[in-house]
Structure formats: structure tokens, C-alpha cells
Design a protein around this ligand. Sequence first.
Ligand SMILES: [Zn+2]
Ligand SMILES: [Zn+2]
Length: 243
Amino acid sequence: MLAAIKQWWNVVVGLVYPANCAVCKQPREPEADSALCPSCRRQMRPIHRPFCERCSLPFDGVADGAFRCSNCADKNYYFHHAVCGCRLTGVARECVHQFKYQHALWIGPELAELMIAAARERIEWPKVDMVVPVPLFPSRQRERGFNQAEWLARRLVRALPAPLCKGNLRRVRETDNQALLNAAERIENVRGAFAVRDPRPFLKRRLVLVDDVFTTGATTNECARVLLDAGAESVIVLTVGRG
Ligand SMILES: [Zn+2]
Ligand SMILES: [Zn+2]
């Protein structure tokens, strides 16, 4: 009986995950509930202390207590702080890329898990009123087939319940790919790119803003500015990767 269940489960897992590891393409353990082989999984680097208390930048050394990195010293963020699941290097970078641009949804749970673990550790969830994904411009979303931030946010609220508010924060114009721009260009690129349709749902709400990656924080900061403008009480940024 047990063997039959196991066999049936392997069939289900096999339908969800391709036979080979998403990154190194070596055969995956068929019964493993993961899109990656154990070796690639081990190369994911979750962010642990010490990291910058504002932007989650990991610090390779010893730091006593809370510390703020030199990038953040002169920055004025509208969000309270950013929480990120893992370093966006190697395997994690490849996974995010495939998930986002190649619609490799079977890698999504792996990425969401890293983000959710960081949220459990660093966000006081009873004080979260609402989860808001960073929106895509409609034509971009049609082209991509889905909004990766919304996909992650849906997964998040299943693990850490909170109302998910999508569609109210909107991207009102198309922007260039942030990855191809420098820090100053990124800020300029997203300036005025977001708007709130109806401010009432956000009024005095403590929000968690979800995106796939945090690099300079230009996109999430612009969203946070618009959300606070609409009357939100606070915004915490939550992402899978810290670039
Ligand atoms: Zn692998
Ligand atoms: Zn920082």
C-alpha cells in the first residue's frame, strides 16, 4: 500500500518537475520535491546575519548588533526596510532568470520558500495588514505570461496569511529593463511609473511590498513612495533575491 502511494506520489512529482535539475541539467532525484539537484540546492545562499538592517545587503565579516551599509548611509528610502531571502548569485540568479523570463514555474516554490523563510524571521506578521505585489505594465505581463511578483505574493499569503491586494497599485507606463541601467538611470526610469487606483484600501495600512529581486531598490522605493502618498502607514519590502 505504502509503496503504491510512493509510486503514485513520484508520478505526481514527475509531472510537476522536469526530470533534470533546472540549473546543472543533471538527473534530479525523481522523488525529491524540488526542481534542483541536492548539489545545486546547497549552492543557494540564504541571507543570514550580519546584513544591513535597511537594505539586507549581506556583510562578509563580523558585525555587532544592527548595522547599516555604506550604500544606505546617504539614501532616503520610503520603505521601512527590505527583507531578502538569498544572495542573487550563481544558482539563485539562474533560477530567478528562468522563473521570470522562461516561465519556469516549477522553480517558483523553491524561490518562494527562501523568501517566506526570511519573512518569518524578520517581519512581525501580526502587524502586516496587506500584501502588495510590484505590478508589471499590462503589455509586459501579457508578453511574459504572468507577473512573477504576484505569483510569489500568492505563495506568501498561503504560508503567512494576509489579504493580497493586486491591481490597486498599477504601473502606468512602460519602463526599460532596470538590469541594463546604472543606479541613477534606474531611479529616473521608474520615476512616475506607478500610481494607485483607489487610495482607500491602503489608508493607514501596514503593507508588505513583494518583488522578485532587490538590487538598488529603485523600483520598490518608487512603489513605496506612491503607497505612502496614498495614505499607507508603512511599507516593508520583501524579495527573493538581493542583487
Ligand atoms: Zn543541479
Ligand atoms: Zn544597506
